[in-house]
Write a protein that binds this ligand. Structure first.
Ligand SMILES: Cc1cc2nc3c(=O)[nH]c(=O)nc-3n(C[C@H](O)[C@H](O)[C@H](O)COP(=O)(O)O)c2cc1C
Length: 196
């Protein structure tokens, strides 16, 4: 191990963490939960994974209806996003916090003011540990508005998503563009590193 490296312990430090609001319906009413432990499973068919602690109210809703939505909030929605992550629907009625709309699935409420919405059908529930349920969902449709798009696709600067630092418990904004994917790497000569 290099001298300057300090073992910090085993933690899921993936930086930066996204901050999304998952929508579901619990007993026929919209329910929302703030989630950072979310990832892309694969591109085709498009699937996401969401890791939720067992005892959240949301888990019940996802299992009841086999559907959920992922809503990407912009920084102007920060207070509401944090509020949703601080209060369980078992105690606080979060159902009227947002104006919702529905797509093809009848019980995956999506947040109108969120720049980007992913409508998901539950594929599988995994139990990686005693306290966690990992929900795998297939994205059946995505929704946005013209003002958030560039050439028909979501533009990160227009979306203005919220980033999360779990260790300091702070929220951040995205910074400036620093390169182009599959282009910046061309600065390194591949012939120099080719397998012999
Ligand atoms: C920034 C942030 C990120 C969070 N990420 C997760 C997460 O990935 N998984 C999880 O189970 N809870 C997460 N939480 C906690 C839940 O959002 C919170 O416990 C919520 O009140 C549960 O709501 P419910 O009981 O209505 O489902 C997060 C909270 C915050 C503030």
């Amino acid at each position: 191990m290099p001298k300057e490296k300090i073992p910090l312990g085993a933690f899921p430090f993936i930086y930066p963490m996204p901050t999304v609001i998952l929508g579901s319906e619990v007993d026929g009413k919209p329910a929302f939960i703030t989630v950072s432990f979310i990832g892309i499973v694969q591109q085709s068919p498009p699937m996401v994974s969401v890791s939720l602690v067992n005892n959240h109210l949301t888990n019940k809703g996802i299992k009841q209806n086999q559907t959920f939505s992922i809503n990407i909030p912009h920084t102007k929605m920060l207070a509401k996003t944090d509020f949703v992550g601080m209060n369980s629907g078992a105690i606080i009625n979060k159902s009227s916090l947002f104006e919702v709309f529905y797509g093809k699935l009848e019980n995956a409420p999506m947040i109108k003011e969120a720049p980007l919405n992913l409508e998901c059908k539950l594929v599988e529930v995994l139990h990686p540990g005693d306290q966690t349920e990992l929900f795998i969902g297939e994205i059946i449709q995505t929704y946005s508005s013209k003002k958030y798009l560039n050439k028909g696709y979501p533009d990160i600067r227009k979306l203005d998503p919220i980033l999360f630092s779990i260790t300091s418990k702070d929220y951040y904004k995205t910074g400036r563009k620093i390169g182009a994917a599959w282009k910046t790497g061309l600065r390194i000569s591949s012939s120099r590193y080719r397998n012999k």
